[in-house]
Design a protein around this ligand. Structure first.
Ligand code: HEC
Length: 103
């Protein structure tokens, strides 16, 4: 019985570990330069979500220097981020959740 209980607790911890929260990633790393729907130093998430795919968003986060030119920016002002895979997935979903309806 004890064993089963411990496996259960370990399982819960593992599940939480692999389940990063997009809003938290946003507040930790992106909030200084991006806002959800208003222009800040960088473009708003609603703008990004209306024109980029998940792959494009993730490419920008991990390699902005290489990608921002392709996106039409003259200078790259965004720093690269080394996020854990689950954080990257969570922030991507968070950004895409701001996609305006009908676009
Ligand atoms: C130091 C300011 C800064 C921070 C912090 C920052 N960004 Fe950016 N971001 C920018 C700027 C400025 C641009 C415009 C392109 C450029 O300058 O390279 C940009 C562009 C982007 C784009 C592409 C926009 C497009 O045209 O599609 C994405 C996606 C993006 N940022 C996501 C993020 C995410 C996610 C985070 C947090 C993990 C983040 N940014 C943190 C400044 C920042």
């Amino acid at each position: 019985m004890r064993h089963i209980l411990w496996s259960f607790i370990v399982l819960i911890l593992v599940v939480q570990e692999g389940n990063a929260n997009g809003k938290k990633v946003f507040e930790t790393y992106c909030w200084g330069c991006h806002h959800q729907t208003a222009v800040a130093f960088g473009p708003p998430f609603s703008d990004i979500a209306s024109k980029r795919s998940a792959e494009e968003i993730q490419a920008m986060i991990t390699d902005p220097q290489g990608v921002s030119k392709l996106f039409g920016y003259k200078r790259n002002a965004m720093p690269p981020f080394r996020l854990k895979p689950d954080e990257l997935k969570a922030i991507t979903e968070y950004i895409l959740s701001y996609k305006p309806k009908g676009k």
